[in-house]
Design a protein around this ligand. Structure first.
Ligand code: BGO
Length: 271
């Protein structure tokens, strides 16, 4: 049986470099159906049964750009067996925004902490053990440019895919948000097709139009969800999308404080 592994990350994280390293000359290039966004697929070197699906470079799984819609559609509908989330470790704070969302999909995730050569050259350090603990996924340090770690990250993804071991995200939102999410999950239970219920609840709290449109809930359920969202928005005095976004940023700041040590930051604060 074929194993499908998706390669997801921000633009400029080194995705193309890693994809080439993993697949060599076995690439098929086309377009995603109905759009002029490039679709690249390849076979993992030395492992004929493993397909690597390169996804468009994205910053988030929101529905605002064509690339986001394509990448999200693939992850949600095709459900790859595992995701390699490649991040530019020298820009970790910005890159983690997408990671927090990928971890919520209920799919096994391994993070490739790419550009680790740049991190080391800058004199910065990342506490991998702490990062694993805080994120709840496997992490491999890589330098796609130098061919370091790519094989290990792919191997880890294959292992997780075979074990069907979904990421166990450690992030929880604030109590008010978690309460609303649980209520939404209970309201839409049994009406979500094969979509991950927690992911869907987050999207409904964000009032994600594309998800609402595709899910086409009946009037009663939609009203119940809208009431829960409104109650949460009123009590936190913000709109659903901003509430979720702000909480993601707070979580990322906590990760930065606990797991990332920037040499320049220390120098600045010492003066
Ligand atoms: C140029 N380490 C380092 N140091 N650089 C890396 C690594 C790594 O681990 N991985 C990738 N790069 P893409 P997306 C470039 O192209 O794979 C570099 O968008 C240049 N080009 O070589 O394209 C990689 O697919 C001129 O750099 O990323 C590339 O995700 C001067 O990161 C860039 C300097 O990689 C983006 C760099 C003409």
């Amino acid at each position: 049986m074929k194993v499908k592994i998706a390669l997801a990350g921000n633009p400029n994280s080194g995705k193309t470099t890693m994809f080439n390293d993993l697949t060599g000359s076995t690439q098929y290039v086309g377009n995603w159906p109905g759009v002029t966004v490039e679709k690249k697929e390849g076979i993992l070197k030395g492992q004929k049964e493993v397909i690597i699906q390169d996804l468009p470079g994205i910053y988030s799984l929101s529905p605002y750009t064509l690339e986001e819609v394509v990448a999200r559609g693939y992850l949600i509908n095709e459900k790859p067996d595992a995701i390699i989330n490649i991040i530019d470790a020298s820009n970790i704070e910005r890159n983690l925004y997408l990671s927090t969302q990928l971890l919520e999909l209920g799919i096994p995730v391994v993070m490739a902490l790419n550009m680790i050569d740049v991190v080391r050259k800058n004199g910065d350090t990342i506490d991998i053990q702490k990062l694993k603990e805080l994120l709840g996924c496997e992490i491999v340090e890589t330098s796609a440019l130098k061919g370091i770690g790519s094989k290990e990250v792919a191997q880890k993804a294959v292992e997780l895919a075979n074990a069907k071991k979904a990421a166990a995200p450690k992030h929880t939102f604030g109590t008010g948000v978690e309460d609303a999410l649980t209520k939404i999950e209970n309201t839409v239970k049994g009406k979500t097709g094969n979509l991950n219920e927690r992911w869907l609840a987050i999207k409904l709290l964000e009032q994600d139009e594309k998800v609402m449109e595709e899910l086409s809930l009946d009037g009663g359920t939609l009203k119940a969800v809208t009431d829960i969202v409104k109650e949460c928005e009123d009590s936190l005095q913000d709109d659903g999308e901003s509430i979720i976004t702000n909480e993601r940023y707070n979580y990322i700041s906590k990760i930065m404080k606990q797991a990332v040590h920037k040499k320049n930051r220390t120098q600045k604060s010492a003066t």
